[in-house]
Write a protein that binds this ligand. Structure first.
Ligand code: FAD
Length: 477
């Protein structure tokens, strides 16, 4: 990038909010995916006006802008494929207005999910999506990825909690999308379009979010299964029975072992466990839901079922699930946990079959794959554990990813449940959405005619992520 441009950017954000040294450019070149690329410059704006000025300059000079929250995206979302500006939004982290009477909150995009929920607690409200990354993930990143989480089975994904937002467009204009009201029927829902747009259509600088009351009672349960398929069948049955869990999570034996190896949690060494929770304002109603779910688990040979209202016990039981991603990296010496084919959604009736298929594909391709996730909302997560220094392991992984996703599409599932598409998941997603890609390109062109916002993602991502992007592992030649 020309020094003259860097000087102009410095004048916009101030010397302390610009980074051009190689270490920062490298760190900001990767996220929680397998990909890496070097940014030219990292900017940390503090105001909407600064974001607008940056966009105006970048648009005139045709420089890419990659908006970035915490960089916890798993598919290369915030990786600057062509270099350019990585726009770190974490300094725009003010909670602007809490309006309990209107059950809404207005925030800047860099607010971290857990910080928001901590601030809402005294008011008796919560922002419910609750991704497992809530300790670091920002609201901007959650909206741009349409994140969901443990409580989405009851409260929906991020899109169900967004009322409106302010967005800086590629040309620097500021637009106000959505409304402050629960309902709105007034033409194209452009705020909805922004949800899941992965930083390719605009830069979110403010969001108005819908709140729900914190339930008075929460009860967690854990059920053990000797057969993975039976846990999958129980999930399907719980949901189709009309029971209302506020959490329904699956962990297979690989996930259980990884957590036990890393955290000494003492989770039961069985083929699968289901973690379930019910919540509400009336204890009898919560009891009723828990008993219903317990009975269904038992029908599918779930055993050793424990249930508890105790907050400490709930936190202890859930801690293993929350720390699973980090634990998986320690499952086998020399193996890394890579986010490939990392999340998909499948019909409930195919949950059991999908879990088994994941293990079969792994065995066939010399890698280890785990099956877990927020299965109550149809999410199935996998991670590929492999030796990332071996070239042939990347070929194994590529084959496995393709097989899994071919299967998922064939049973009426979808390529991403909640982590988004970006780079790694684009090959399958492009097949799944083939009939819509031109429409999406037309939308992108209308918002961003010079293609400066997070280029080469989604419909413009390369078809082969192994060779087309740099991998952040020292792969042997
Ligand atoms: C351990 C772990 C657990 C996870 N668990 C879950 C889970 O349970 N559920 C789930 O859904 N995801 C999960 N994720 C994935 C990830 O945390 C979420 O997708 C999260 O929403 C990303 O937020 P972020 O702030 O890190 O965004 P980033 O990764 O920084 O960015 C994500 C995308 O959002 C765009 N973006 C960021 N800020 C803005 C903005 N202000 N305006 C426009 N675009 C913007 C970026 O360009 C990028 O495309 C997990 C990740 C990890 C590492």
């Amino acid at each position: 990038m020309k020094q003259e441009i860097i000087d102009k950017l410095k004048a916009i954000v101030g010397e302390e909010n610009i980074r051009t040294d190689p270490a920062d450019r490298y760190i900001y070149g990767s996220d929680s995916s397998v990909h890496v690329a070097n940014a030219d410059v990292v900017l940390r704006p503090r105001t909407t006006e600064q974001v607008q000025a940056i966009a105006r300059l970048a648009n005139a000079e045709k420089i890419p802008i990659i908006p970035r929250g915490a960089g916890s995206g798993m598919s290369g979302h915030a990786v600057p494929i062509d270099g350019g500006i990585v726009l770190d939004m974490k300094r725009m982290n003010k909670i602007l207005e809490i309006r309990p009477e209107d059950t809404l909150v207005k925030v800047q995009p860099g607010v971290v999910d857990d910080d928001l929920n901590r601030a809402l607690k005294p008011y008796g409200f919560m922002f419910p999506p609750a991704p497992a990354s809530s300790r670091i993930a920002t609201i901007g990143g959650e909206i741009a990825n349409n994140a969901s989480g443990i409580r989405s089975v009851k409260y929906g994904a991020t899109r169900d909690s967004v009322l409106g937002m302010k967005v800086v467009l590629a040309n620097g204009d500021l637009v106000n999308l959505g409304a402050n009201t629960r309902v709105e029927a007034s033409g194209y829902q452009l705020d909805r379009l922004m949800v899941g747009s992965e930083g390719t259509l605009g830069i979110i600088v403010e969001a108005t979010l819908k709140l729900v009351p914190i339930p008075k009672y929460r009860c967690i349960g854990i059920a053990k299964f000797d057969k993975l398929e039976e846990a999958g069948e129980a999930i399907c049955d719980v949901i189709s029975s009309g029971a209302q869990p506020s959490m329904l999570e699956l962990m297979d034996n690989i996930a259980i072992t990884a957590v036990n190896n890393t955290l000494d949690m003492g989770l039961p060494d069985v083929e699968a466990i289901l973690l379930f929770e019910a919540d509400g304002m009336v204890k009898e109603a919560v009891d009723f839901e828990m008993e219903r779910i317990k009975a269904i688990c038992e029908k599918h040979n779930g055993f050793g079922i424990e249930m508890s209202y105790d907050a400490k016990e709930r936190a202890r039981i859930y801690a293993g699930r929350k720390k699973l991603f980090a634990s998986l990296s320690r499952y086998k010496e020399g193996y890394a946990c890579t986010s490939l084919a990392d999340d998909m959604a499948v019909p409930y009736s195919k949950m059991a079959e999908t879990a088994r298929k994941i293990h079969d594909v792994a065995d066939k391709n010399n890698i280890i794959m785990t099956a877990y996730g927020h299965c109550g909302s149809g999410v199935m997560h996998t991670k590929i554990l492999m030796d990332p220094t071996k070239k042939e392991q990347w070929e194994d992984a590529r084959r496995a990813v393709e097989e899994i996703y071919d299967y998922v599409r064939s049973i009426g599932g979808t390529t991403s449940a909640e982590h988004g598409i970006a780079l790694s998941k684009a090959p399958s997603w492009k097949k799944e959405k083939a009939d819509q890609l031109d429409l999406m390109r037309a939308v992108k062109k209308a918002f961003d005619p010079n293609n400066i916002l997070n280029p080469h993602k989604l419909m413009d991502a390369p078809d082969d992520w192994v060779t087309a992007t740099k991998l952040r592992y020292p792969v042997e030649k």
